[in-house]
Design a protein around this ligand. Structure first.
Ligand SMILES: [Zn+2]
Length: 247
């Protein structure tokens, strides 16, 4: 039975951060009308908190989430359950290290996903994905509305941070809310960079794999994640007409 939205104060604070992630991602090119949604694994083991439907990323506030079991039953909250809930649920089932899942139709990453080239660590943002690469799910161009498709995406994601959904969009993950934000932004930025590089006609080389993994560790340690998280939150405060809070 569906109950009113009633998270604990701790969960509500995290949902506030996750709502801010939605709004930052709209600034960063992930918006597509009311499509796109992020989720948070419920720390009390009931399933996941998934953005409710019919809202743009730019409109999401802390109370705009539904508590949904990993079998799709809505336990708490008012409003529409996004059709692509199995995408989130199956990634949470397959990846115990993942506490946040995002899905959007970010423009450049979707352009890149519609091609057949591999995303490479040709700039700093691409180094986020250096260890596992970014797989491409091309079994269908359709949206991920069935459990079977969710399982297939989670299988192809494997241990990676993100996956391109060919002719559709992207899915990306984080162990914490900051990693989710950076993963989504860096996938979009590195896709744009590589599209620009390839379309320039310049010859280029792909940096060494081991070097790129070491570079990831060097440029994105814990203090850097925190620093960039605060930067994007200040950007959001300014864009929403507030004094920036996160210093
Ligand atoms: Zn979609």
């Amino acid at each position: 039975m569906r109950e009113p939205f009633n998270p604990s104060p701790e969960i509500r604070a995290t949902l506030n951060d996750l709502a801010r992630v939605h709004r930052i991602l709209e600034i960063e090119g992930h918006g597509d009308m009311s499509m796109g949604h992020m989720s948070y694994r419920d720390p009390e083991g009931r399933g996941m908190w998934l953005k409710r439907g019919h809202l743009a990323l730019s409109e999401v506030q802390a109370e705009d989430f539904l508590l949904v079991t990993l079998d799709g039953e809505v336990l708490q909250g008012e409003g529409f359950r996004h059709l692509e809930w199995p995408l989130h649920a199956e990634i949470f089932k397959a990846r115990p290290d993942v506490n946040f899942v995002g899905h959007s139709h970010a423009h450049y990453a979707t352009v890149f996903g519609a091609g057949q080239n591999e995303l490479a660590p040709v700039n700093n943002h691409g180094a986020w994905f250096a260890e596992h690469g970014v797989p491409r799910f091309d079994e269908t161009s359709h949206i991920i509305t069935t459990v079977d498709l969710g399982i297939a995406v989670a299988r192809d994601l494997g241990a990676a941070e993100a996956i391109l959904l060919a002719n559709h969009g992207i899915a990306f993950t984080g162990g914490d809310v900051r990693e989710l934000l950076l993963c989504g932004i860096f996938l979009e930025w590195s896709s744009k960079f590589q599209i620009d590089l390839e379309s320039s006609g310049a010859k280029f080389a792909i940096p060494d794999h081991a070097e790129s993994i070491e570079k990831h560790g060097r440029i994105y340690p814990e203090p850097a994640k925190e620093n960039y998280w605060k930067y994007f939150n200040r950007l959001l405060d300014i864009s929403e007409g507030r004094e920036p809070q996160a210093i």
